[in-house]
Design a protein around this ligand. Structure first.
Ligand code: LLP
Length: 414
């Protein structure tokens, strides 16, 4: 459930009229709902309320400071993949002790920063990274808490670009190397082994791949115990899917109870890294129709939002619902919704039955995750503004970029 609903033919974001927000802040525009973000976070937190756990929101899904701050106020932890994301978490009032650091290519600077801030855990992805982290920790006179990300070699059944748990993917440590690298981690003086970690992919709509991964990881945890390596937490990663169209992914409570059942009476703390499940349906992307045009085969609605603002349709052929901000009566035509960027792949949606006139606003649903964070300045287009609604209130949480910001930091030759 989210808080983007029609009332008398007008789309509302909580109690704010979307058309009014579009007129006030301009388009293209991202709009997020605080109540929806909070609701989704609580759904996870409640689902594991009776078991030791930490919800570490995956910052990459939506890293606006206001979004992070809303979640930090709920007591959320954060899953980060760069020094930039870590700085955002701190800037937004997040607690570094609740931060887990994922990612295959952490730099020495990023390791230092995270050690100095005292993060909860490093999710280490290779033997080489483990050695590097040990050296950095010793140099700083610290002990790095570590978890090893193991690649359980399960098929997440999702888009190949966002599937991460197969042997052929670059992520994690192969299961057959797990015990030897854990043993090495256990011996290194700058490290303390805390957990095991896996993340098999994103937008999973079935529970089974999660359970397959969990079975393999629990078996590993048992083998490690026999080697005298005691694991305190199991980080199950993120990946729970959302409804974009007619998918029926498990809800967080069903997902969590299936995992807890598999866990049995083990005392392991569970860490979750949800991104999309919290943010996707808490946001819409609003764009205005500039021109309508057509030929004998096709109708096009040229809109002011483009692939640089929302790349998921172009990059993954992702389907996101596109709805009118103000419903109008009349004949529907079949439109491709396309942006001004000079690429054939620049579309937000294809074959959409809509009744449109130029000047109309359209809302692309489910845009709160991997929307703004993946936006760029391609075609020298300033990035969109972002607004967060909270009941009747709307807050501008990121100003639209100005033209001069586009070349800020660039320099002419002398
Ligand atoms: N943890 C790790 C280590 C991850 O790599 C990811 C996402 C997450 C957690 C969060 O996964 P989520 O709960 O959001 O599925 N840009 C793509 C999605 C890329 C996901 C990358 N990793 C998209 O727009 O579909």
């Amino acid at each position: 459930m989210d808080h983007f609903l029609y009332k008398n033919g007008e789309l509302l974001a909580e109690n704010c009229q979307v058309a009014e927000l579009a007129r006030t802040y301009g388009t293209p525009l991202y709009i997020y709902s605080r109540a929806t973000l909070e609701r989704h976070w609580h759904a996870f937190d409640r689902a594991v309320a009776n078991h030791p756990h930490l919800i570490c929101y995956a910052v990459k899904a939506n890293s606006n400071l206001a979004v992070l701050n809303v979640l930090a106020r709920l007591g959320s932890g954060f899953d980060i993949v760069s020094g930039g994301e870590l700085s955002r978490v701190i800037e937004a009032g997040g607690d570094p002790k609740k931060v887990v650091f994922s990612g295959v290519g952490k730099t020495v600077d990023e390791m230092e920063m995270a050690l100095n801030l005292g993060i909860h855990c490093f999710n280490v992805e290779s033997a080489a990274e483990l050695e590097q982290l040990n050296l950095v920790a010793l140099r700083l006179g610290k002990i790095a808490p570590v978890s090893l990300r193991i690649n359980p070699d399960v098929d997440a059944g999702t888009h190949p670009y966002i599937s991460t748990g197969l042997k052929e993917n670059k992520f994690g440590i192969a299961m057959e190397d797990a015990e030897s690298i854990f043993t090495r981690a256990h011996e290194l003086p700058g490290l303390q082994v805390k957990g095991v970690d896996c993340h098999i992919g994103s937008q999973l709509t079935e529970i089974k791949p999660f359970l397959d991964a969990m079975d393999r990881m629990l078996a590993l945890i048992d083998r490690l115990a026999e080697l005298g390596i005691i694991i305190e937490h199991f980080d199950v990663g993120g990946g729970l899917g959302v409804t974009y169209d007619d998918e029926t992914p498990p809800q967080p409570d069903a997902y969590a109870s299936a995992l807890l059942e598999r866990l049995g009476d083990r005392k392991l703390k569970l860490i979750f890294e949800p991104g999309r499940a919290i943010a996707a349906n808490a946001g819409i992307f609003v764009t205005q129709v500039l021109y309508l045009k057509g030929n004998s085969d096709k109708h096009f609605a040229l809109v002011d939002g483009a692939m640089n603002d929302l790349i998921r349709p172009s990059l993954y052929s992702a389907w996101q619902k596109i709805i009118p901000v103000v419903q109008r009566q009349g004949e529907n035509l079949n439109y491709d919704i396309v942006g001004p960027v000079c690429e054939t792949g620049d579309f937000l949606g294809k074959d959409r039955e809509l009744c449109l006139e130029s000047g109309d606003y359209l809302a692309v649903r489910s845009s709160g995750a991997y929307g703004f964070t993946m936006s760029s300045n391609y075609n020298s287009r300033p990035r969109s503004a972002e607004v967060m609604v909270d009941g009747e209130q709307a807050h501008l949480i990121r100003k639209r970029e100005t033209l001069s910001q586009l070349w800020q930091g660039e320099q002419l030759l002398p």
